[in-house]
Unconditional design. Structure first.
Length: 327
């Protein structure tokens, strides 16, 4: 079912965001709305979609929502077509949907492992395929795939998620090469966020007896939304969103053995929480959509950072590059 905000159509550009009902997706929708875009939202849960639509409308933008599971390519294509019928042609597509399971490999069932892969990786593939089917007709457009720092080096307890995100990175590189060979004006970017304070951890299934938590340092989702915006605006192939991720990426390339040792020192406890507030928010949504509304933020905001020097430097370098190109 597709719903339109009461503001009607406008002349602004259209962005479609998967995983738009909470967390990074919802935060990104608000940012694009504040900058004058029309927002298409796709997720499984109708309550979360309705809440995000209200955020978009409060920012003065037009929104349309459609329910779909990104792992279902047919349903996702139908959702995109329904949004286009309401808002108009798609200028940008952001693949934000993802889920996770925490546990030792022997404790994670084959069904659970496959589900994480289907949503986090195949959902990105499906979203990119649908986006390209719309953008190739017009000869332009931009796609941003939200990856993770974990693509550079996997973490214990997150084998399914780490494998899926590593696949997302390589997939983006392959499609970027195809688009270059086609001399296509469609651009595809991959962004690498750090650990983020979102409801992802409230939704993740845990086999460890306690809910999952992000490994420090933790950042607020507004930082990631800004990184997604900069990726879309610049068309850069890959953007590491914080200095933490830059350091992590470099270390895995320059000293992989040392990085593997450092990751192992984390143990299991640093990825788990016994906080009563976080425990109360647990609602695992691996196979079913949430039955309540979650906000942009998760329960780990007390020490979360709301800024990124890396993004500030990135904006400055892009401004200089654009100035030089104009001369």
């Amino acid at each position: 079912m597709t719903r339109l905000s009461p503001l009607g159509k406008a002349t602004a550009r259209v962005v479609v965001i998967t995983g738009g009902s909470s967390g990074i997706g919802r935060c990104t929708a608000i940012l694009f709305a504040q900058r004058g875009w029309r927002i298409g939202l796709i997720a499984r849960g109708d309550q979360g979609l309705a809440a995000c639509r209200r955020d978009v409308e409060a920012a003065g933008a037009c929104a349309a929502t459609a329910q779909a599971d990104v792992a279902d390519s047919k349903s996702l294509a139908q959702a995109a077509n329904a949004i286009v019928a309401v808002l108009g042609p798609i200028d940008a597509w952001i693949n934000c949907a993802g889920n996770g399971v925490y546990g030792r490999l022997e404790d994670v069932s084959e069904q659970e492992f496959r589900r994480v892969t289907d949503v986090t990786y195949h959902g990105t593939v499906n979203g990119t395929r649908v986006a390209l089917s719309h953008m190739r007709k017009r000869g332009r457009g931009g796609i941003v795939n939200v990856c993770s720092a974990i693509a550079f080096h996997g973490l214990p307890l997150m084998s399914s998620y780490a494998g899926a995100k590593a696949a997302v990175r390589s997939f983006g590189q392959a499609i970027r090469g195809e688009l270059r060979l086609e001399r296509s004006a469609v651009r595809i970017s991959t962004v690498f966020p750090p650990a983020v304070n979102t409801p992802f951890f409230s939704h993740a299934l845990s086999h460890m007896g306690w809910p999952a938590r992000p490994a420090r340092p933790v950042y607020q989702p507004e930082v990631v939304a800004l990184g997604i915006w900069q990726a879309m605006a610049s068309g850069r192939a890959e953007i590491t969103i914080t200095g933490t991720v830059v350091t992590f990426s470099l270390a895995t390339r320059l000293a992989p053995g040392l990085m593997g040792w450092c990751v192992a020192q984390m143990g299991f406890e640093r990825q788990l929480t016994r906080d009563s507030g976080a425990c109360a928010l647990q609602e695992m949504t691996l196979f079913e959509p949430s039955q309540r509304v979650f906000t942009v933020h998760g329960p780990f905001g007390r020490r979360a950072r709301g800024w990124s020097v890396q993004l500030w430097l990135d904006r400055g370098l892009n401004a200089v590059a654009n100035l030089l190109r104009r001369r």
